[in-house]
Design a protein around this ligand. Structure first.
Ligand code: CMC
Length: 432
């Protein structure tokens, strides 16, 4: 893949000078472009790329995406195989450690994560201090950040054992914090983890257990939730992962870095699209209203939410798997009446020239909201579920970052557009 024999010749028409820039892995180094100057004292040429649309910020061996072909792989394993045959904790191990675990490694990993599901009792007191209507993502972000004060040794990020224990803690405690944020809004008592249950069964127990001595989740629901966590586990350099890496590049502890990732995911352009899909389906209401809705989309009045993706120009592989999970969940909960509208919308859109020409296909969010609603989650919880699933991915990316000798503190350049060298006058002169 790497070839230093490939180069790019750049001619600077300001000076007439030519530069030969190496092409490595399909990229050129921004630092090489920086060597291009108008004169000895002049600043080097820089690239302007708001939103990092065409800028690689790191080398990574975690997740591979081919958007044109609709391929997603974690550490080389296709997402379809992992969703069908693996489970979330094994996938978390794969992402963090880079390869599938042996039996002994797997058992130790599951034991460690199960053992660390409880949080310090003061975390509970801290969470109970939130207002009755606090958004669960705000509560999750704050409580993950607060964990850094409970584990101050987590700032020793160059110690491998220390890093590993924080990673285990965070994967273990995320469902506890997420479930407590959910219970808080309902005024229900927080439920402690049940370490005899699997990861997703325990999460369901902390969400829904009332007075029964043991909560027994329907295995089909527990499996569907596990699959949803797998599908959200990583997605290379998306907005929240970039936030984790950017904040982590200051060498802060991993709780603070992941809290930043949760903040990024909180935003409607990132984690909030499935909620928008639900609102859209409810507004359409019946199949008869679909043609008028589609005409409105084609006229540019609004977007078909849950369709299209910056990277996937084909069917999002995660959407295919979620569609199958819908069947399993609805077998237990009864069919969400909005499913019929979603399926009809998809059928029409996949045949319509507007969507075909623009390569607009269903993405991961088109069906996930329907499942979450059927599981009785309020829309504010959808992003919390996403965050729990994404945690191993954030941590794997953080681990890769802190071990990558090429990485530096993230510090982009800017193009300054403001005033210069203004003469200051004191308030009494300006206001006179
Ligand atoms: N409905 C109707 N038209 C669309 C849609 C849509 N959902 N998405 C894109 N288009 C059109 C757009 O109007 C443009 O048409 P034209 O060339 O005539 O101007 C063309 O397709 C290209 O769109 P774009 O906005 O340049 O594409 P983008 O890569 O910047 O946007 C997107 C990607 C996901 C923001 C966009 O497709 C969108 O807004 N989709 C709906 C929201 C959504 O479902 N978001 C969830 C993304 S998956 C979450 C994740 O992976 O984390």
């Amino acid at each position: 893949m790497t070839s230093v024999t490939e180069t790019l010749t750049v001619r600077d028409n300001r000076t007439g000078l030519e530069y030969e820039v190496p092409i490595i892995d399909g990229t050129i180094r921004a630092a090489d472009i920086g060597k291009i100057r108008e004169g000895e004292e002049a600043p080097g040429l820089a690239v302007y790329d708001p939103g990092f649309v065409n800028t690689a910020s790191c080398r990574s061996a975690i997740t591979y995406i081919d958007g044109d072909k609709g391929i997603l792989e974690y550490r080389g394993y296709p997402i379809e195989q992992l969703a069908e045959k693996s489970n979330f904790l094994e996938v978390a191990y794969l992402l963090v450690h880079g390869s599938l675990p042996s039996k002994a490694e797997y058992e130790q990993w599951v034991h460690n994560i199960t053992y660390h599901t409880f949080v310090h009792e003061n975390v509970k007191g801290f969470m109970q201090g939130f207002r009755y209507d606090a958004h669960p993502m705000g509560m999750l972000m704050a409580s993950v950040g607060a964990l850094s004060t409970f584990y101050p040794e987590s700032r020793h990020i160059s110690d491998a054992d220390n890093r590993n224990i924080q990673i285990v803690r965070m994967i273990a405690k995320m469902p506890t914090l997420g479930a407590w944020a959910f219970r808080h809004a309902q005024g229900k008592p927080y439920v402690y983890p049940d370490n005899e249950l699997s990861y997703s069964e325990n999460f369901l127990s902390m969400l829904f257990k009332m007075s029964e001595s043991k909560y027994a989740a329907d295995p089909r629901i527990a499996k569907a939730l596990d699959v949803l966590f797998i599908l959200h586990a990583d997605h290379e350099q998306n907005c929240s992962t970039n936030a984790v890496r950017s904040v982590g590049s200051s060498q802060v502890d991993p709780y603070s870095a992941v809290a930043a990732g949760i903040g990024a995911l909180y935003g409607p352009l990132h984690g909030g699209a499935n909620e928008a899909v639900l609102r859209m389906l409810k507004r359409i209401g019946t199949k008869d209203n679909i043609p008028a809705f589609i005409e409105g989309v084609k006229a540019g009045n609004e977007r078909l939410m849950g369709f299209g993706h910056r990277v996937y120009k084909n069917y999002d592989p995660r959407a295919k798997i979620i569609k199958k999970a819908c069947d399993d969940v609805f077998e237990v909960t009864g069919v969400n009446p909005l499913l019929e509208i979603a399926q009809e919308l998809e059928k029409i859109a996949l045949e319509d020239e507007y969507f075909v020409k623009r390569k607009l296909y269903p993405n991961v969010d088109f069906y996930s909201g329907l499942i979450y609603e059927a599981l009785q989650f309020p829309p504010e919880m959808f992003t919390v579920l996403f965050a729990i699933g994404r945690t191993p991915g954030w941590l794997a990316q953080w681990l890769e970052l802190v071990q990558d000798k090429e990485q530096k503190i993230a510090r982009p350049k800017q193009i300054y557009t403001g005033e210069r060298q203004l003469a200051y006058s004191a308030p009494e002169e300006r206001w006179a």
